[in-house]
Design a protein around this ligand. Structure first.
Ligand SMILES: Nc1ncnc2c1ncn2[C@@H]1O[C@H](COP(=O)(O)OP(=O)(O)O)[C@@H](O)[C@H]1O
Ligand SMILES: [Mg+2]
Length: 285
């Protein structure tokens, strides 16, 4: 079994066992505690941070892996991606970023490198006036595009305006220099890159060579196996920190609103429930 297959199988087991013993999470729990620090962000993200939420616990476990990767390998730049659109990349990138920022020591920078369908600014309710695309086009400085979010210790680089040539910008030398600069400027800062889907768009694969590690999001029970295998093949050579199984509830009232079609002909909606597994080059097998 390949490392990815092991990670997926582990993620599935964790999700199923957690689900069978856990509360029904198809809607936010009534007793959800909303810290002041989270007011202003997309309310749909709040449920992830209820203290007894399964998702919150899974994110804390993923945070542990990230902190470990930084300690052992000095890795601090992580790309969040998935095979197809609408699988929860942006939600995962933001929840992960917030979870790390809520830890004791680390600061986090989230970079919206999905220059095609950027959403980080919307979910974090920040201004997307100038962002990554302006920086890469030489129209703004780094200082101008890094913005504070409403969450303590979390800053962001929004995508900015949607450019006509996203792949060109992402593959530019400027982007490479930016990743290096962001990685090295502060020692205790973790940088999380949100990204477009891997299948059919080259941006994420290009980015996977610039960052240290990749967190792969899989839409549980929906992402076709061929799409996962395509994505994994595209990512060959990348360190996979973990696989997030984003479990959508197709009965959710949001299902129709967010329905998409692509070459795999699938639609999507969402619900709650996460699991993940992962493997790392150099880890003992
Ligand atoms: N586990 C989840 N629980 C609740 N909402 C989710 C979940 N995952 C994704 N969503 C919602 O589904 C939609 C698509 O998710 P998003 O993260 O934008 O996907 P992607 O970035 O992969 O295109 C968004 O509206 C997001 O709020
Ligand atoms: Mg997205």
């Amino acid at each position: 079994m390949s490392r990815i297959e092991q990670a997926l199988s582990k993620a599935a087991q964790e999700r199923i066992s957690a689900k069978s013993g856990g509360p029904d999470q198809s809607s936010p729990p009534a007793n959800v505690f909303i810290p002041n620090s989270l007011t202003g962000i997309d309310p749909r993200l709040i449920a992830f941070f209820s203290s007894n939420s399964l998702a919150a616990e899974q994110y804390r476990q993923l945070r542990t892996k990230i902190i470990r990767a930084r300690k052992l390998y000095s890795h601090n730049a992580f790309l969040v991606s998935s095979a197809l659109p609408g699988e929860g990349k942006t939600v995962t990138a933001i929840c992960l970023a917030i979870t790390i920022a809520q830890g004791l020591h680390d600061t986090v920078l989230i970079v919206d490198s999905d220059l095609r369908r950027p959403n980080v600014h919307k979910m974090l309710s920040i201004d997307s006036g100038k962002g990554l695309s302006e920086f890469l086009m030489g129209k703004a400085s780094l200082e101008e595009v890094i913005v504070k979010t409403k969450i303590d210790k979390l800053s962001a680089i929004p995508a900015g305006s949607i450019p006509p040539n996203p792949s060109e910008l992402i593959s530019s030398e400027e982007m490479g220099r930016l990743v290096t600069e962001l990685k090295t400027r502060y020692q205790n800062r973790i940088v999380i890159f949100d990204s477009p889907p891997i299948v059919s768009i080259t941006d994420s694969v290009i980015l996977s060579h610039k960052v240290d590690e990749v967190v792969l999001v899989v839409y549980a029970n929906h992402t076709p196996k061929e799409a996962i295998m395509d994505a994994v093949a595209e990512l060959s050579g990348a360190n996979i920190t973990g696989v997030v199984l984003n479990q959508f509830d197709s009965a959710s009232r949001y299902y129709r609103k967010y329905k998409y079609k692509n070459k795999y002909g699938y639609g999507y909606g969402y619900g709650y429930g996460y699991g993940y597994g992962g493997s790392h080059k150099g880890d003992p097998q």
